[in-house]
Ligand binder design. Structure first.
Ligand code: SIN
Ligand code: FE
Length: 302
């Protein structure tokens, strides 16, 4: 996998990197090649990593448990409770247990693979997506449409430079089909000239009025524009370099979703863990979206 340290030459052959782990708690062994690939913007694909549901949990493989207006049932590290769910109290308790178990498994996996992250990584939320991709919110608004290639960046939730690391598990019976796009730097070069100057005063107001959870930094400003410009550009969606990949049932995958251009085209029933990681924990900080954007704009963005 030594090639993973180098620039991605071909999205088709190199965007998805297989990782042969079979347990959510593998023996700790620093997977430096895998970490280099991950930080370089590849998707680590674990074909033999199944997340097993208990017998009593199988009935939750049913879209009707989710609130019709949301795409997921979720928990957050900073708020107690289960959100986005239409179910009895007893069922909500079981679903909460399921999400907590996926959180613990995901954190154990990341910790075993990437010991250098352990001290600084923080679980921020876990979601269960029981609806077919492209339905709900996505059908109403292009900004929320995750069937369009994008990097993750959220208007109300600026990260101020924290990386967004995600673990996904397909717990359904159909493949989850993704498109994975061109390397972050090439995408950023494509859209950069269309991004207006950051507006610090506006950012301050948005935070004061509680519209954003933290102040939107210049970095968050660029990330949000990249998210929106890519999703709004149908020619880019169609013509940019990309590969389609099917994550089969009972597989898992890991990526920095603030860096990997991704789009979920079909599939149903997926678990997802979101982790925040500071830049300081990265082994290859020069590969991060922050470093790329600071190089391209020739300025500090945090
Ligand atoms: C996304 O994070 O954009 C969608 C991932 C998925 O639903 O498979
Ligand atoms: Fe996304």
């Amino acid at each position: 996998m030594a090639q993973s340290l180098h620039r991605m030459e071909s999205v088709k052959d190199q965007a998805i990197v297989p990782l042969p782990v079979e347990s959510w708690r593998p023996p700790p062994a620093a997977a430096m090649d895998a970490q280099a690939a991950l930080e370089n913007g590849r998707v680590l694909y674990c074909p033999a990593l199944q997340f097993r549901l208990e017998n009593n949990e199988l009935r939750y493989l049913d879209a009707s448990y989710s609130d019709a207006r949301r795409k997921s049932i979720y928990i957050r590290a900073d708020r107690a409770g289960l959100f986005g769910c239409d179910a009895s109290e007893a069922e909500q308790r079981e679903l909460l247990g399921l999400l907590k178990r996926f959180e613990a498994s995901s954190m154990a996996l990341l910790g075993a693979l990437f010991p250098g992250y352990v001290e600084q990584m923080r679980a921020v939320g876990t979601s269960y997506r029981p609806r077919p991709t492209g339905t709900g919110d996505a059908a109403l608004s292009w900004r929320k449409d995750d069937t369009r290639l994008h990097v993750d960046a959220f208007p109300s939730n600026p990260t101020q430079g924290l990386r967004i690391l995600r673990v996904f598990s397909n717990i359904g019976t159909e493949p989850r089909i993704w498109r994975v796009g061109e390397p972050f730097e090439r995408m950023a070069q494509h859209f950069l000239a269309k991004i207006p100057e950051p507006r610090p005063l506006l950012a301050k107001l948005l935070h004061t009025f509680g519209i954003t959870k933290r102040t939107r930094s210049a970095y968050d400003h660029y990330m949000l524009y990249l998210h929106d410009l890519a999703k709004a550009d149908l020619a880019y969606q169609r013509d940019s370099e990309q590969v389609t990949f099917a994550f089969p049932p009972a597989s898992a995958w890991i990526c920095f979703s603030d860096q990997v251009m991704h789009a979920a085209m079909s599939g149903q029933f997926m678990l997802e863990q979101t982790v925040h990681l500071p830049q300081a924990a990265l082994a290859f900080p020069n590969e991060s979206p922050l470093a790329v954007l600071e190089r391209l704009t020739a300025r500090k963005l945090l």
